[in-house]
Design a protein around this ligand. Structure first.
Ligand code: FAD
Length: 569
């Protein structure tokens, strides 16, 4: 095709990429192109239907990345889902809108990312949000909020679905969980997340459809003359000019689209927003990464940055389900976020000190798996901070989602802060070949123990009044499979043969100081480059207690402002 030139070229028109495209194209004198492998899903019912969670799985809009066999977690491969569409993963996700703990965002600054803390990020959560104040019937069904936490003028519609589950469910859960020591939390989006809550969703309540990044940030702006989406087009690697001041200088991106191969040129910056299972892969294909890995595939080393693709952090999800004594309809938004103390009870301090004494071993093991690319000392610091979050700051240690649907009452849950870390690396210089993804699920004893312990806690909750009066037989795991007084090893083997990825991978291009193993700076600039950034879930240095999109929208908003500051005077 004929050469195309833009000021900014964004790779990936997903959750984060479309925010950046929108905000940068507000600068009238600059042109912005977005390269997206997927297509429009504007009219795709598998996307828009607010009760259609899961319908797009396995269809052409799901990348369905496969992991390596999970050695510590039953030996099998796992599917890691991600959206391949204009809108990215926000077009296929569960729509839950929950942010993070204040202390968790403050850690970003504490480890050396100047300017990134809860206080600086909070206005950007609000800037992105178009909160739809619940009507009185929704409040009757359990919608609850503090208006001061929310933004009402942002592009992203957030609220409760038109059809909410019958209002009797929340009081039942509330009474049950306060019996178990878990308090009610009116609004988890103010930075304190422990408790039982009815959280909002990314949903257009009045239209009764999913709100995704495309509906919020792209379609209403698609006619901006300086904003162009190049869809059905795979970005392969960055094209480089000669170095300037020892820094790598990007001049464009090599792509394969409907018209074949071409280069999309960028005169200012290339921004990777391809998601945490792709942006780091594009860096490696472009010569930025661990020389040992690049050499193996004859890729010339542009920047020696050995932690690219390391520090992959995901969570693991299991479910328990019961027969329901009633028939429930509507979109459930109830979840419980108990702390470690609430789950482990008076055993918590013993658990805390036993984990503490394992942290050095954890750090050693992860560092060894990376062949030393990630330094033990850096991992140990991260693990100690994580330990403090769990046991000193007492952030939530699990999320339990309640799904009273039809004649069943199910739950899904995941430990929020596992210690296991893995990696993603290229296996070929060919951009069409899949990368090797290894999250190392349940690598550490504590991660598996937590997964099993939380299942027991949930069974206990379903056996506690008044919730116990509304459910019957346990379908999963079922008492025949895991009996009332089953051993830890029985629980663990059930966990390992039934878990899935929780689809929250982060960290593969972590924002950290370079001498602490970071890939991007606090300006989200890739170290050693003049004009390449990563803006997506890859840059989150640590896993979060919230679902990811709310924070990704906020990070992308804040990053856009950082970029704009350099171009508007
Ligand atoms: P993405 O939104 O994935 O964007 C990346 C984009 O880049 C995609 O559009 C992709 O097609 C494109 N791309 C990739 N490679 C290339 C290439 N080489 N060339 C061109 N384009 C490319 N979060 C929540 O907040 N609430 C939830 O309820 C929730 N549930 C989830 C349920 C599921 C099934 C999944 C998979 C995730 C869920 N998440 C949820 C997580 C959340 O949706 C993601 O973390 C988030 O959307 C990721 O945003 P991102 O910007 O990092 O990447």
């Amino acid at each position: 095709g004929s050469a195309s030139r833009y000021d900014f070229v964004i790779v990936g028109g997903g959750t984060s990429g479309l925010v950046v495209a929108n905000r940068l194209s507000e600068m009238k004198g600059y042109t912005v192109a977005v390269i997206e492998a997927g297509d429009s899903v504007f009219g795709n019912a598998n996307v828009t239907d607010v009760t259609g969670y899961g319908r797009s799985f396995g269809t052409k809009i799901d990348w369905a990345y496969l992991t390596e066999n999970q050695t510590y977690a039953g030996g099998k491969q796992q599917i890691m889902r991600a959206g391949k569409a204009i809108g990215g993963t926000s077009a296929i996700n569960g729509m839950s809108y929950t942010r993070a703990e204040t202390v968790q965002i403050d850690l970003w600054e504490k480890v050396g990312n100047k300017g990134w803390n809860w206080r600086t990020l909070f206005p950007y959560y609000q800037k992105s949000e178009g909160f739809q104040v619940p009507t009185s019937d929704k409040i009757g069904d359990g919608a609850d909020y503090y208006i001061g936490y929310h933004g009402e003028r942002g592009p992203l519609k957030v609220g409760w679905p038109k059809m909410m589950t019958n209002g009797s469910v929340l009081p039942i859960l509330d009474e049950t969980f306060s019996e178990l020591g878990v308090p009610y939390n009116r609004d988890v989006n103010g930075g304190n997340m422990v408790g039982l809550t009815s959280h909002p969703n990314t949903v257009d309540r009045d239209a009764n459809i999913r709100e995704d990044a495309a509906r919020a940030y792209f379609w209403p702006f698609e006619n901006r003359h300086n904003l162009k989406i190049i869809s059905n087009t795979l970005a392969k690697k960055i094209v480089w000019d000669n170095n300037s001041d020892d820094l790598a200088v990007a001049i464009g991106v090599e792509v394969t689209g409907p018209d074949g191969n071409e280069v999309i040129y960028a005169s200012k910056e290339v921004i990777l927003s391809a998601g945490s299972l792709k942006s780091s892969v594009i860096l490696e294909l472009s010569g930025i990464g661990n020389p040992d890995i690049l050499d193996k595939h004859n890729i010339p080393v542009k920047v020696n940055l050995p932690t690219v693709g390391e520090n992959l952090q995901d969570q693991t999800n299991n479910g328990l389900s019961y027969a329901g004594e009633e028939f429930w309809i509507g979109g459930p938004t109830f979840s419980a976020l108990p702390s470690a103390e609430q789950i482990y009870g008076n055993r918590v301090s013993g658990i805390a000190s036993s984990i503490k004494s394992s942290l050095e071993d954890y750090a050693k093991a992860v560092s060894n798996s990376s062949n030393g690319a990630v330094q033990e000392a850096h991992l140990l610091e991260a693990f100690q901070l994580q330990h403090d979050l769990i046991f000193k700051s007492r952030v939530p240690y699990a999320e339990i989602v309640f799904l009273p649907i039809g004649h069943s009452f199910s739950s899904e849950y995941w430990p929020l802060l596992p210690f296991s870390r893995g990696s993603i690396h290229i296996q070929s210089a060919d951009s069409f070949k899949p990368a090797s993804i290894n999250p190392n699920y349940f690598r550490f004893e504590q991660d598996l123990d937590a997964q099993a312990e939380m299942a027991k806690f949930i069974r206990k909750a379903f056996g506690t009044a008044p919730l116990s009066q509304f459910v019957g037989e346990e379908f999963a795991p079922g008492l025949d499979r895991v009996s009332e007084n089953a051993s830890d090893s029985t629980w663990r083997s059930w966990v390992k043969s039934n878990y899935r990825s929780n689809f929250h991978p982060v960290g593969t291009a972590s924002m950290l100081p370079r001498d602490k193993g970071g890939v991007v700076s606090p300006e989200l600039k890739v170290y050693g480059t003049k004009n390449v950034r990563v803006i997506d879930a890859s840059v989150l240095p640590f896993q979060l207690c919230g679902h990811l999109t709310s924070t990704l929208y906020a990070v992308a908003e804040m990053a856009s402002d950082l970029i704009k500051k350099r171009y508007i005077f």
